[in-house]
Ligand binder design. Structure first.
Ligand SMILES: O=C(O)CCC(=O)C(=O)O
Ligand SMILES: [Fe+2]
Length: 356
């Protein structure tokens, strides 16, 4: 049972959350993935492994690194792996630990406390939801998430949770720092593409900043479920922190485990970055596995376009040899079509790709 009722101004809404105070003894039928989508390769070891560094591209922002060299490393990592892990990025380990603890604490609070925040409308600046597109998807995913707008902070912080008590005090400054870090990354990417450094600072393309706390509770049978389906992020860029394995990226047709590196950010480019770069950069397919021994929490910062923003390949990158690979569109149109196909990226992109 994952649903419960909540009274709200005389109307009753059904609160669908996996973290509903019950331990799941078996996987409900609607969460069992079809055979071809189930995880097949052996599950990753759950915590940081000695082998972490072997295959994962790491970008080190330590002071003194050469700018051109860092840009080269970023582009190489994206070309080969579709993602990288960022270390020495300037966000303190203490701050990251505090935010992660608050995220975990939130999902450990009594169901009655959290269910007040449950909301399935896209319009609200704070939402607690389950799975991905619960109403329309055929199979559900083993994830609850709390998501809220963050920028400008003054506009949104009043809508954030009041509990845990330190939430606003800790997460507010964290979000400000995360925006600066994302901007730094986007400056390097702009320069690497041959665009002006501040290309992504220009208003609508990156105005929206959201924080999403994903929570994947213990799953009685991880071989039947997924925390998230194969997808690419619809946004411009995602920075993710994880303490337990579960994230996988598709590399050369195989699912690769992204084993946690302590206090690193996993950086994934979103589909809007792919479009703006006219496919010079790519957004990687990724998915999430569940596990039966350790509940997993991840904190993501997502930078997105406003719904009104017109997105298309940057004019500066186009010429006769490099024609546009996508038609311009309004982000709202893109986002709605992406949700309508339940994050099936290939299907969603068909509407925007040009025959070249
Ligand atoms: O929690 C994770 O590891 C991945 C989350 C993710 O892919 C997303 O929120 O889009
Ligand atoms: Fe994602």
């Amino acid at each position: 049972m994952v649903g419960d009722k909540r009274e709200n101004n005389n109307s009753t809404i059904e609160v669908i959350l996996l973290t509903n105070g019950f331990n799941h003894q078996s996987v409900p039928q609607s969460y069992i993935q079809p055979l071809e989508k189930r995880p097949t390769n052996p599950p990753p070891s759950l915590h940081s492994a000695k082998t972490t560094h072997q295959n994962t591209p790491i970008i080190d922002f330590r002071d003194g690194s050469n700018r051109a060299d860092i840009i080269h490393q970023i582009f190489k990592a994206i070309e080969e792996f579709g993602f990288f892990q960022l270390i020495n990025h300037g966000i303190s380990a203490e701050m990251m630990d505090e935010v992660m603890s608050l995220g975990k604490e939130f999902f450990e609070m009594p169901f009655e406390e959290r269910s007040k925040l449950y909301c399935d409308s896209m319009e609200t600046p704070l939402r607690l939801i389950s799975s991905v597109t619960y109403e329309t998807e055929e199979f559900h995913y083993w994830r609850d998430s709390l998501r809220h707008a963050c920028h400008p902070l003054d506009e949104f912080i009043h809508a954030w949770p009041l509990k845990p008590a330190k939430y606003r005090e800790v997460v507010g400054p964290y979000c400000v720092k995360m925006r600066a870090l994302a901007s730094k990354l986007m400056e390097l990417i702009a320069e690497g593409l041959g665009l002006k450094s501040h290309y992504f600072d220009d208003g609508d393309i990156t105005r929206i900043q959201s924080m999403v706390i994903n929570h994947y509770p213990l799953c009685p049978d991880p071989s039947l479920t997924l925390g998230l389906p194969k997808h690419r992020d619809a946004n411009v860029i995602t920075l993710l922190t994880q303490d337990v394995s579960g994230l996988q990226v598709l590399k050369d047709g195989e699912w690769m485990n992204v084993v946690p590196l302590p206090h690193a950010f996993v950086v994934l480019l979103g589909l809007q970055m792919q479009v703006i770069s006219n496919d010079k950069l790519r957004s990687a397919d990724h998915r999430v596995l569940t596990n039966s021994t350790t509940a997993r929490t991840t904190i993501t910062t997502q930078i997105s376009c406003t719904m009104e923003c017109t997105v298309g390949p940057a004019e500066e990158l186009l010429d006769e040899i490099n024609p546009a690979k996508y038609r311009p569109y309004k982000y709202q149109e893109f986002f709605e079509s992406y949700l309508a196909v339940n994050l099936d990226t290939e299907e969603a992109m068909k509407h925007y790709k040009l025959q070249t």
